[in-house]
Design a protein around this ligand. Structure first.
Ligand code: ATP
Length: 258
């Protein structure tokens, strides 16, 4: 199939990962198959240890798979295919907010003017104009995660991989960042794969939620989140569809978590 004909952005087929260890090998994920469309926002939820991070690390190219196939359509080879945002803030402590966001663009050797334009745009988007020349140690946890997100978007990847980026934040900061993330995503048409422990967060953010189960770590179900956008946390939580999805997803996870 030619790239233009493919109706997926990411296609995973019978993916498996076994970690070898001297005592006992661990099967982290087994027989994972899924397709993600261009521009889709998907969340993956599942109990601790079910293999979410392993799956994301394979997608990100940080880990080798053991079995199966992963196909990702890279449309514009001039631009990076993917960028990852991790749970802990991973910005450079010795660089200012501005330099952190500009870093990936400098690596790509974009013209200086262009770098400034893009960097200013994202500094504004994440509400850190007053902190552009601050260093990470002068920022709160939420502000640092904002910088990570801005940095990931600034390099303009086709796919964003996010591994529990908000799990270390308090609830109010999490709401704020979720909203900002959706706002930026809505204007960029990027494909996002987002891992979270939180069913609320998964439903609020995504077009589709994949639920993973453990032993073996595999996809046990997927749910279409047909709640209209733009969304607000208040409206989503009050909607009947939210309650219904929450009940169904929790129903699946409950037995494992308990
Ligand atoms: N480098 C490694 N070597 C050996 N085993 C590993 C390695 N990385 C992960 N595992 C094992 O693979 C399984 C899946 O781990 P993974 O971190 O992907 O789960 P997770 O769903 O992301 O967990 P959590 O939600 O707690 O972050 C676990 O049993 C874990 O111990």
């Amino acid at each position: 199939m030619s790239m233009d004909q493919a109706d997926y952005k990411i296609k995973i087929d019978s993916l498996g990962k076994e970690f070898e260890s001297p005592r006992k090998n661990v099967i982290a994920i087994e027989n994972v198959s899924l397709e993600i469309k261009q521009g889709e926002f998907v969340c993956i939820v599942g109990p601790s240890g079910c293999g979410k991070t392993t799956l994301l690390r394979i997608l990100g190219g940080f880990e080798e798979k053991s079995t199966g196939t992963v196909s990702i359509i890279h449309k514009d080879s001039e631009k990076p295919l993917k960028s990852t945002v991790f749970q802990e803030d991973s910005i450079f402590p010795w660089m200012t907010v501005r330099k952190n966001i500009a870093y990936g663009l400098k690596i790509r050797k974009l013209p200086r003017k262009e770098i400034k334009k893009i960097t200013d745009h994202y500094i504004e988007k994440i509400g850190l104009a007053k902190f552009a020349e601050s260093y990470p140690h002068q920022l709160s946890g939420g502000m640092k995660q904002r910088v990570s997100i801005a940095r990931a978007f600034a390099i303009d990847p086709e796919i964003l991989l996010m591994d529990e980026p908000f799990s270390n934040l308090d609830e109010q900061n999490r709401f704020k960042l979720q909203k900002e993330l959706l706002r930026i995503w809505e204007e960029t048409n990027k494909t996002v794969v987002f891992i979270t422990h939180s069913i609320d967060e998964a439903i609020f953010l995504s077009d589709r939620v994949f639920v993973m189960s453990s032993h073996p770590g595999t996809i046990s179900a997927s749910f279409l989140v047909d709640i209209p956008r733009p969304r607000t946390i208040e409206k989503v939580r009050q909607s009947e569809r939210f309650q219904q999805l929450f009940g169904e997803i929790w129903g699946l996870l409950k037995s494992e978590v308990m």
